[in-house]
Design a protein around this ligand. Sequence first.
Ligand code: KIV
Ligand code: ZN
Length: 512
Amino acid sequence: MDKLKTIKIFDTTLRDGEQSPGASMNIEEKLRIASQLEKLNVDVIEAGFPIASDGDFESVKKIAQMIKGPEIAGLCRASVMDIDRAWEALKYAGERGRIHTFIATSDIHMERKLQMSPAKVLETAVKAVKHAAAYTANVEFSCEDAVRTRLDFLAEMVEAVIDAGATTVNIPDTVGYAIPFEFFNIIKHLKDNVPNIEKAVLSVHCHNDLGLAVANSLAAIQAGAGQVECTINGIGERAGNCSLEEVVMALRTRRDILPYENNIKTEHIYAASRLLSTITGIVVQPNKAIVGANAFAHEAGIHQHGVMMDKETYEIMTPESIGLNTNKLVLGKHSGRHAFVARLNELGYDLPKQDVEKAFVRFKSLADRKKEIFDEDLDAIVADEIIRVPETVKLKQMNVSSGSFVAPTATVELEIKGKLKRTAIIGDGPVDATFKAIKKLTGLQPRLVNFSIGSITGGTDALGECTVRLEYEGHEVIGQGAHSDIIVASAKAYINAINKALDFSQRTKVRI
Ligand code: KIV
Ligand code: ZN
């Protein structure tokens, strides 16, 4: 039998994914995601946009230094300055360093955004690719807004950048406008009409504005694309990007009509999804394909009966294939350090010794109060104790009185840059009073965009988990907090968001 074509999986969680509102990550968080992507065995990690900020530069450089398997890409506009800066960070990955340069090619972008003629855009692209190719043979070029680009100009551009040295050419659906049949035809047209097309890998990068990013990516593969760009949980600008887990599991589950290979170790998908949502605070919707809480739950009696008789009646893939252990009860009061660490590793957390110690102490104290500890509790412990931005503001203690006969009052003590401050304040409810007290003590006035609270597992002894989305100086940040008292969880989440906002405002960003 002929060997199947291998589709490269290019993960852009750390670049396009980070452009999701509230998803900004610090270097340590990006490194954690990158090492999970390494376990997943993605072919390329797009680690960031090095010229965008010093923080982006440092994280691309660190990832290029630390991650050994996948290629490491850095995004840059089609300018010499951007490319030089990107290579300064990427060179640490040697031959695995990929310069990814782009310019818009649609009439609307060229006329209204770039204010450049098509000829000038073509010349700029070719110059950029040649400049990048002088550093490395691993050069990717993207025609931004390719789907709304005139097909003859797109073909001309693709041919020119391949001649200039691009080894991968990417066709993004930047605004998520295409439908599958149309996108298939665009890719097919390039395959059939660009004379040097076989000298480069043809890549696709689909946004999800119409909910079609995965469908479009699969159509493109059928038309001859050799690389798919995607993100964990489908996070990304606006409605997000093509979701890695969906496109990979579609390829795996429907190999009968999609006869292609890929290198992904799918048993690490679930851990990657959890890690990302723990770090960013962006919750996965329960009905999300593959990684949503309900993706493998069979509620209806008729389905349960069928699954009991033969799993394949209603299950097209197994939970184990994505690393989801259906036996969710994990640890209890008597579990030792060994079992605790083993379970953390299974969940994708590879923590240094001092972090394991911190998490273990927290686990023991929770196990004293709660009979059964589930995976979700461990996620919350890791998020709360380990994955932290610099704590400019720390919660020292708090007390809240509320009820039907008293005015809700919060007394809060914070440590702000090493100094203790305390206040008591009345609010419309216990959470409102708590947030008002924190605002008064910090002197900050962020806008509360969203507040949600839930229990991590069942039972009245469950940990309460709170997520707070704040807008501060034009950026959105997400904070999380977990505690068995939901008001304390809310305070922790609010303070976590404030610390992220303060951390973020120190890193000025250029956005594309
Ligand atoms: O959506 C897009 O066009 C992009 C490019 C920069 C690849 O993200
Ligand atoms: Zn994009």
